[in-house]
Design a protein around this ligand. Structure first.
Ligand code: MRU
Length: 354
């Protein structure tokens, strides 16, 4: 398993604060494993925006740490002033990326702690620190549980196909879609993974291939447009993907190209599974058409990684995500277990139990 994607590093023994964030700089992979270390809110905002840290759960964790970074050195004895600053920083971090709901979920948790009660500045800082750390720990635990539940869907399957990176790099540990693969490996079972390259930013090629190879998992990289061919040849037992936002009717937003894979999986009679923690669920939205879809800069398509591959001035449409309709999803997996259609009822029941 690769080193942790994102951590809070405390400056002094026994105290959480002061400290700083240490995150793998994912824009440097696979060429080098290097870290971004910072306690500056603007640097964290930019790290989220530019995908130095990416993947829905990891973005949420980065945002929680961002709020901590923003308030830790505030010199005031007025808790209301500290709370107001926590809200201001949270509001700013919320503008970094629009689609992954984990960002807003994490910021709401930090806001709720900032607003709760009558405590000294010292204890409010301590509570915010504990909340941010708890979100990272909970995420690792949720991902591990997703792996165990997800593996129960893969009896008799020896090859899965995945898209983008929903692995350890996208979470605190273990990943979502890749967690069953790691769980299988721990049990001595070999699951082979086809990783879609994932145009235009190549999260599959740069990140999924890298982290699986590091973990000693059998991985084969394919171009996105090869997926239909490998499915038709009978080489894919299941498709495993993550999600950035799952809404009340079961529609799920994930990296652009996921919807196409779901259509292909249906056409080839291959089960299509979405694996995500409950922090990725936004049951306040009734259908996928309401999910805000991020559009990225044209240059990521026309001259990604510094090489121009399209004519100057060509018009580009570059949504970063698409929405897979619930009816194409065979089952979902969250930390509580397997969720099966009809999703509206199952998700409602699940939210009642949270
Ligand atoms: O643009 P990215 O790299 O942040 O997109 C990430 C994805 O689409 C992942 O599949 C999703 O966040 C799930 S991560 C466990």
């Amino acid at each position: 398993m690769i080193p942790p994607t994102i951590e809070w590093i405390s400056g002094t023994e026994g105290n959480i604060l002061p400290g700083h964030v240490r995150m793998i700089d994912q824009t440097r992979l696979p060429l080098e494993l290097s870290y971004l270390e910072t306690a500056d809110v603007e640097t964290i905002w930019r790290a989220i925006k530019t995908l130095q840290v990416r993947g829905a759960p990891a973005i949420g964790i980065a945002a929680g740490f961002g709020v901590l970074a923003g308030i830790q050195s505030m010199n005031t004895d007025d808790p209301a002033e500290l709370a107001a600053e926590a809200h201001r920083v949270a509001d700013h971090l919320a503008t970094s990326r629009p689609t992954a709901v984990n960002l807003f979920w994490a910021l709401d948790r930090m806001r709720a702690v900032a607003s709760a009660g009558d405590v000294s500045v010292g204890s409010l800082k301590e509570r915010l620190a504990r909340e941010a750390l708890a979100m990272a720990e909970e995420d690792a635990a949720m991902c591990r549980a997703i792996g165990e539940h997800g593996l129960t869907l893969l009896d008799g399957v020896d090859t899965v196909l995945t898209h983008c990176n929903a692995g350890s790099l996208a979470t605190a540990r273990f990943g979502t879609a890749l967690s069953p693969v790691y769980a299988a490996r721990e049990k001595g079972r070999v699951l082979h993974v086809y990783a879609d390259e994932t145009r235009p930013l190549l999260q599959g090629a740069r990140l999924t291939a890298w982290e699986l190879m590091h973990a000693g998992v059998e991985v084969t990289l394919i171009c996105d447009n090869t997926a239909a061919h490998v499915m038709k040849s009978g080489r894919v037992g299941a498709v495993l993907v993550g999600a950035d936002r799952i809404v009340a009717n079961g529609d799920a937003a994930n990296k652009i190209g996921t919807y196409g894979l779901a259509v292909l999986a249906r056409a080839h009679n291959i089960p299509f599974y979405v694996l995500a923690p409950t922090s990725t669920m936004d049951l306040g939205l009734s259908h996928g058409g309401q999910i805000p879809i991020e559009e990225r800069a044209a240059e990521e398509v026309t001259e990604g990684f510094g090489t121009r591959t399209a004519p100057e001035g060509v018009k580009v449409y570059a949504p970063a995500f698409d929405v897979t309709p619930a009816e194409l999803i065979t089952a979902m997996v969250c930390e509580k277990g397997i969720i099966r259609p009809p999703y509206h009822d199952a998700l409602e029941k699940l939210s009642g139990a949270l």
